[in-house]
Design a protein around this ligand. Structure first.
Ligand SMILES: Cc1cc2nc3c(=O)[nH]c(=O)nc-3n(C[C@H](O)[C@H](O)[C@H](O)COP(=O)(O)OP(=O)(O)OC[C@H]3O[C@@H](n4cnc5c(N)ncnc54)[C@H](O)[C@@H]3O)c2cc1C
Length: 414
């Protein structure tokens, strides 16, 4: 079988690109070796950033300029006014709150955001504040950045693109058989099923898996990892999405999803997760308790359970170990490696890849409508489970410290 492009890896970068290229008439397939979104996408906080983090530094950096267009694109897709129609995605919140600690640096950071963001934070009066932020020092702002549920976003893409998605074996599900100036020949395997493919271009959208795939294709290492330890809280918590700003940093980022009438789960990121990477689970959770008490004193922690999960951000290697802020594409012959850098950048990645296919690789769409029919018997990849469904140990907070709970007999419902 011949395709214009074979995508390897079904996180947000691969899925958005598959959907986009397919709609432009390209013959394109995506192979996934575990579950869709495994790694970063399912672990992410689902915030469609408009550049707050960059603007806090007070300058309109190129990254801030590039990302500030993204929220509008997503908003139109999420409301079904633009393709891909993602209107079945669960929206956790249509805006985030920003609140501050009382330091001077914190006030200065917020000013930068006010000046440079397209979607600007709006100050709230005392009466407009959510209950959880009553009594916090400093001003509170509302920022219209949407927060979505990554699992439901992935479900939405699976539903739209199932015929073009192939599950392959976790180990050795793809073998490069030859590469040439015209493209690559590969063999895909899933159990007893096997498929020989000629791809005019291979696009690596495998997150942390890009390192191995690119090495197998004979290319040099071009990836860096940035470890995080994210914290989870679950219990009778309010639904709340927000950033606690301290100077030019986000001290704490909270996102939440309702699990049942009694339970909401919170994901805590920001500096807490960056510093947590070098800590044990116990150390990180103790710090999380202290941070929540310091920044959100209205929260009652009595019935709350805590857990954490480790996850690496996979990024393109940059000279001095700096973090890339914009989507990164690296073309080596007819292999392109992609790192979106942010979930929010997925639409931009898809557009850049379309341009690269057409302008640099001379590939024009050749799709005869029902060419995938012959793959109808191939297994489709499922969607990855959310981090709180994977956690085995939850802790409660007592005067004596953190106490591990016996493992639940039933997995936590989504
Ligand atoms: C904790 C955390 C929070 C974040 N929060 C946000 C946020 O709020 N907003 C935001 O904009 N960005 C956020 N990000 C960044 C964002 O999640 C990532 O930039 C984005 O999800 C990366 O997507 P991806 O498709 O490149 O990779 P991934 O999501 O990692 O997906 C890679 C896919 O490739 C598959 N794969 C791996 N190896 C192979 C192989 N050999 N063959 C086939 N398939 C393979 C994997 O199973 C997986 O499905 C966050 C990141 C983290 C880690």
């Amino acid at each position: 079988m011949e395709v214009d492009a074979l995508l390897l890896g079904g996180g947000i970068a691969g899925l958005w690109t598959l959907d986009h290229l397919r709609r432009q008439g390209f013959r394109v397939l995506l192979a996934e070796n575990r579950a869709l979104g495994t790694g970063q996408t399912i672990s992410s906080q689902g915030i469609i950033h408009g550049g707050l983090k960059y603007s806090l530094r007070g300058m309109l950096t190129p990254s801030a300029r590039e990302i500030r267009e993204m929220p509008l694109v997503w908003r139109e897709c999420l409301s079904g006014q633009r393709e891909p129609n993602l209107s079945r995605t669960l929206i956790r919140g249509h805006s985030c709150h920003l609140w501050q600690t009382s330091t001077l640096a914190s006030q200065a950071g917020m000013l930068g955001a006010q000046l440079n963001l397209q979607v600007k934070p709006r100050p709230l009066s005392e009466a407009q504040r959510p209950e959880i932020l009553q009594g916090t020092p400093g001003q509170v702002f509302r920022l219209d950045e949407q927060v979505l549920s990554p699992a439901s976003l992935l479900e939405c893409f699976l539903e739209r693109n199932a015929p073009w998605l192939l599950k392959i074996d976790a180990e050795q599900g793809m073998e490069w058989t030859s590469t040439s100036a015209d493209g690559a020949e590969v063999r895909l395997r899933n159990g007893d099923s096997s498929l020989r493919l000629r791809a005019r271009c291979v696009i690596l959208t495998a997150g942390a898996g890009n390192a191995l795939l690119s090495r197998q294709a004979g290319h040099e290492q071009s990836m860096q990892r940035r470890p995080l330890r994210m914290v989870l809280m679950r219990g009778p918590l309010p639904v709340f999405q927000g950033h606690c700003i301290d100077g030019a940093k986000t001290r704490l980022t909270v996102t939440s999803e309702v699990l049942s009438r009694e339970e909401t789960v919170w994901q805590l990121g920001g500096q807490l997760a960056e510093q947590g990477a070098g800590q044990s689970e116990q150390e990180c959770l103790q710090r999380a308790v202290a941070e929540v008490r310091a920044t959100l004193p209205a929260i009652d922690l009595a019935s709350v359970r805590f857990a954490s999960y480790e996850i690496d951000r996979a990024e393109r290697k940059s000279g001095l170990g700096l973090r890339p802020d914009t989507p990164q594409l690296l073309r080596e012959g007819r292999t392109v490696t992609c790192w979106p850098t942010k979930l929010a950048f997925a639409p931009r990645v898809a557009e850049l890849l379309e341009q690269m296919l057409k302008q640099e690789l001379g590939i024009t769409p050749t799709d005869p409508a029902d060419w995938v029919a012959e793959l109808s018997g191939w297994e489709r990849p499922p969607v990855a489970r959310s981090p709180w469904e994977e956690v085995t140990t939850w802790y409660r907070w007592e005067k004596s410290g953190l106490v591990a709970e016996p493992p639940a007999s039933e997995p936590l419902a989504a």
